[in-house]
Design a binder for this molecule. Sequence first.
Ligand code: 3EB
Length: 319
Amino acid sequence: MAWPLDGEHDAELGRICHGGATHAPLASPEPLWPLHPVAERWQVRGPVHEGQQGCVRYRSNGMWVFGTACLDDRVVGGMEAAAWRVYTDLFAVLEREGCPQLQRLWNYLPDIHGLEDGLERYRCFNLGRARAFAQAGRSLGEGAPAACAMGTRSGWLTVHFLAGRQPARAIENPRQVSAYHYPRRYGPCSPTFSRAALADLGGGLRVLFISGTASIVGHESVHVDDLEAQTAETLRNIDAVLEATRSHLEASWTLEALRRRLECTVYLRRPADLDRVRAVIIAHLGAQAPAVQAATYLRADVCRAELLVEIEAQLALVG
Ligand code: 3EB
């Protein structure tokens, strides 16, 4: 998948690779399908310059920044400190490049369910992330970027990000409590992300980033131990996000038109579940849907231990 920013493009801004050469120590979900390496690439009008800030490496053309932060949490005293460092460095890059508007984040955490001082590492991550957002004067709630947060089997804490000059429109899912309002039983600090972000990439192209979406209704995990029902509930949540997005689009964008443009990444806790999850997606969207044909399946841990599957999606909206 190649995504043009700014309409015209002649330079690569950045990419997220799944499979192929390993880029240790980056944390990366393991590819399950397709069997060949896939990359999500962001293209812009050049020239592009490179930079580094703390644990972040990035490329920018002055309008857009794509970067990757990678940090061994053991050397900074744990996941909370690592998340704070990663996001603090990342925000410094956005300031320096004059591209303060985060559009999308991909958070990959090794050993996401491990405990640090009795607190799950994902919850430690939420503490550090929120502290960095607050210190940078950024909203912890409304207007937060789209994101995913997945557990990997190896690597260091890795955060990929895309930012630009114009804010994306944050979109919530009416079937779900906003993640930034999750009650305290999910940890001392709520996660900082919106259910989706609608970004204007210029040149008549908008892209909808749908955050990692799982079998959560209200704030509760539902269909625990039922893989097919979790997948179907996740797809209903994605439909609800698409419906919520329609109110910000021209009336010609029907639910069907949006569904046809879904490009999905499916994260599975257990590789053996692939065929069963795919069967539910086909039943929901139809075998011919691009989301079915072109989906990428990766092995990763959903941040709630009871959930087996999570789906994120991107849609290019032209015109
Ligand atoms: C959920 O809906 C599932 O912490 O950045 C999805 C997307 C999830 C992003 C994050 C977490 C995050 O709560 C988990």
